[in-house]
Design a protein around this ligand. Structure first.
Ligand code: BG6
Length: 281
């Protein structure tokens, strides 16, 4: 079942329920903020203090970062992670493919606001498949007559039972940029998080595994040569109005991306696809 809903403040979202899974997608940002497979815990983390308001990104789920990831290189005063997550997207396709798979396609096209921040013509779509696995694919086409450079992310917040006991596999031996001290390192072994982490890993395995007790979450990535690992920990959380004091303990972001050196230049008519498939095993 696909239902279009609205909060009292006019904030619009789609609710999906099928035999295998349920999900919620906000039209602002094409932001998937809930996904749960039957008899399994919610896969995505959502802050208890998240805003559901026009112009504010939702803290949790899968924010879409486009056309830049992090700070804008040329103008750091522009909004972090680009405008896609606070723009209203259009639903251009919705279909119950079978009783356990639902497909939604959303689209973002340029308007006065996007052109004022980034003067390029583009066609961006997000294809979401809700079923036993979650598939999410961002397609960017350059519809302009000049090339442009993008760095994007499927900024996925995973829900975990206790951050300090989680193990992330698939990054051993990879180079990473540490945004906290702005230096480069090589990862040795699997990742355990016991402090603030804000890193861009280069050339991650196509499959990243997140171990949380007996639960294993598998993240498969396509079109991505960088993965961001982020947890704000205690002090950074205090600076964020949409994080509760202990919210950081139950989340970790593993962001399928093309960040920093992995940014892409698209010539006119080029299309770039960034995709993540996520499943709890
Ligand atoms: C991560 C960045 O992707 O997103 C962090 O690496 C940043 O540096 C985090 O703090 C959250 O960003 P925002 O804009 O949603 O607060």
């Amino acid at each position: 079942m696909i239902t279009h809903k609205q909060l009292d403040n006019g904030f619009k979202y789609i609710e999906i329920k099928n035999k295998e899974a349920e999900a919620k997608i906000a039209l602002q940002g094409a932001h998937l903020f809930h996904y749960k497979v039957k008899d399994k815990p919610s896969l995505l983390w959502l802050s208890q203090a998240a805003y559901f308001e026009e112009g504010k990104a939702i803290r949790g789920g899968i924010p879409i970062c486009f056309p830049w990831f992090g700070k804008n290189k040329d103008n750091p005063s522009l909004p972090q992670h680009g405008f896609a997550r606070t723009q209203l997207w259009a639903v251009i396709s919705e279909e119950e493919k079978d009783d356990s798979t639902t497909y939604i396609r959303l689209q973002l096209t340029p308007n006065a606001h996007t052109l004022a921040q980034w003067n390029y013509l583009f066609d961006v779509t997000l294809d979401i498949l809700i079923g036993e696995a979650l598939s999410i694919a961002l397609s960017v086409t350059n519809t302009d007559i000049k090339p442009f450079e993008i760095s994007t992310a499927l900024h996925t917040y995973f829900s975990v039972s206790d951050i300090e006991t989680v193990l992330i596999k698939g990054l051993d031996g990879r180079n990473y940029y540490d945004a906290l001290d702005e230096k480069n390192y090589i990862q040795r072994g699997d990742i355990l998080i016991q402090e603030e982490v804000d890193r861009v890993y280069f050339y991650p395995s196509e499959t990243i595994d997140l171990f949380d007790g007996d639960t294993k979450v598998k993240l498969q990535q396509e079109g991505s040569n960088s993965l961001v690992v982020w947890n704000p920990w205690i002090e950074k959380s205090k600076q964020m109005n949409d994080m509760t004091a202990d919210g950081y303990r139950s989340m970790v972001c593993l962001e399928t991306s093309n960040a920093r050196e992995d940014s892409k230049v698209l010539n006119p008519n080029d299309t770039y696809v960034l995709k993540a498939i996520v499943q709890t095993l």
